[in-house]
Write a protein that binds this ligand. Structure first.
Ligand code: ASP
Ligand code: MG
Length: 420
């Protein structure tokens, strides 16, 4: 048994959906759980729908949603012939589910509405891809993962109820393999015990795939991407990025922790716990070797570079020049937890505490406001945070040339710099 995950970019166009078909045709006989993300930028588009809805702009929300609907119907029309009508009906049921809600007025938290609307992206894409595969003879069973993955109600960052989900997988998913080799479903989404949809955090479908792999004792997980393999830096930011053929779990956890966009940070643990190898493969050319991630030590890694843009630095100082103590810091961490925000870097001084965070404007404002009750708060925006693992002097010099370094933290393995 294997688990495959196709990201949004791999189902972004008619041709790409067809290449998924091509890859799946070559897996004849294998039992595979296939997770498919929302198409292309659908999740971002649905975020805009939620924003408009929550801002009270119902007409805008409905219109933005209409665009998403039309894109999916058009794609379905292009890829499907014999299976179009049932797929269209399935899509229309999902549309109705979302529109029902958009006609209401927002009375609950933003995050709640976010999950109810954004989950649609994965439902649409899987409905189309599943129908397409069936049409070309890759028989598969479509599954609503919300019937399997039970979570708490921490919307947008829901935690999986491990026991319930694992028992559901044993009792409701495993038996399906008696009648089909391929089960096709969504990542990233789940549901509470009250059947409210939840999401597991952006890019969460890698994680869903890993949870399936763990609970099914899969022999491997493969993430199909639009890149050749895992690279030592984002090739969009660094033209000389190189491929890394082999990595171990710990290195990937570190990379993800520092913000590398390769694999969702939560993905590794479920695989590591069962020693399941993770392959990152290119869906344009499955014959390329890609990257394998496992538990063996890997030597001679190139410098691994992670650049996070849109960072904000908060400098929080005591008002009376007294030392910043455990009490202040304790307070601040309580605030982080309450606001659901995580520092990417922190530094303690005698009378100030510095933290660097992603610029989620609404949350930063809230944090600054609440912290200013007991500390002076200064906010500096538009910074970038550079992390280099296995750094060398050359790389360091090249990356910092002409930049102002506002903050620097260093261990023998990793260096982090806040740049302006
Ligand atoms: N569609 C979701 C996102 O774009 C989840 C995923 O693709 O992993 O974040
Ligand atoms: Mg949680």
């Amino acid at each position: 048994m294997m688990v495959f995950k196709f990201g949004g970019a791999s189902v972004n166009s008619v041709e790409r959906i067809q290449s998924v078909g091509h890859i799946m045709k070559h897996q004849a006989g294998e039992k595979i759980v296939v997770i498919v993300s929302a198409m292309g930028k659908t999740t971002n588009a649905l975020e805009k729908v939620v924003d408009a809805f929550f801002a009270g702009k119902k007409e805008d929300a409905l219109q933005l949603f209409e665009q998403v609907k039309q894109q999916h119907l058009t794609t379905a029309k292009y890829v499907l012939v014999t299976h179009y009508l049932p797929c269209e009906q399935q899509l229309k049921d999902f549309f109705t589910e979302a529109e029902w809600l958009l006609h209401d007025k927002p009375v609950r938290d933003y995050d709640y509405y976010y999950d109810q609307v954004v989950c649609a992206g994965e439902l649409f894409s899987t409905a189309i891809v599943s129908a397409y595969l069936n049409e070309i003879g890759v028989n598969n069973k479509w599954l609503d993962v919300r019937d399997i993955f039970r979570t708490d109600d921490d919307f947008r960052d829901a935690t999986i109820d491990w026991e319930y989900t694992s028992s559901k997988i044993q009792h409701s998913v495993v038996p399906l393999f008696a009648a089909t080799n391929i089960i096709l479903t969504q990542g990233f989404i789940g549901a509470t015990d009250e059947n409210e949809s939840t999401t597991l955090g952006r890019e969460g479908s890698d994680y869903t795939a890993a949870v399936f792999a763990n609970m099914l004792d899969a022999k491997s997980q493969t993430i199909w991407k639009d890149v050749e393999s895992v690279m030592n830096a984002d090739p969009k930011q660094f033209a000389d990025a190189v491929s890394i053929p082999e990595l171990n779990y710990n290195e990937v956890i570190e990379m993800a922790y520092y913000g590398a966009q390769v694999i969702h940070p939560k993905t590794i643990k479920p695989l590591q716990n069962k020693g399941i190898p993770l392959y990152v493969k290119c869906f344009f050319d499955p014959s390329l070797p890609g990257t394998v991630i496992h538990d063996k030590p890997v030597h001679n890694l190139p410098p691994i570079i992670v650049l996070k843009e849109k960072q904000v630095m908060l400098v929080m100082s005591s008002r009376d020049f007294s030392f910043i103590g455990e009490q202040h810091i304790g307070h601040l961490y309580n605030l982080f937890e309450k606001i659901h925000i995580k520092p990417n870097l922190t530094q303690n001084g005698a009378i100030s505490f510095v933290c660097v965070m992603d610029d989620r404007a609404e949350k930063i404002e809230k944090l600054a406001l609440e912290a200013s009750v007991f500390l002076d708060v200064q906010v500096v925006k538009s910074l970038s945070l550079l992390t280099v693992r296995h750094y060398t002097k050359d790389v360091f010099e090249k990356l910092t040339e002409g930049k102002m370094i506002l903050l620097r933290q260093q261990t023998p393995e990793t260096i982090q710099l806040l740049l302006q």
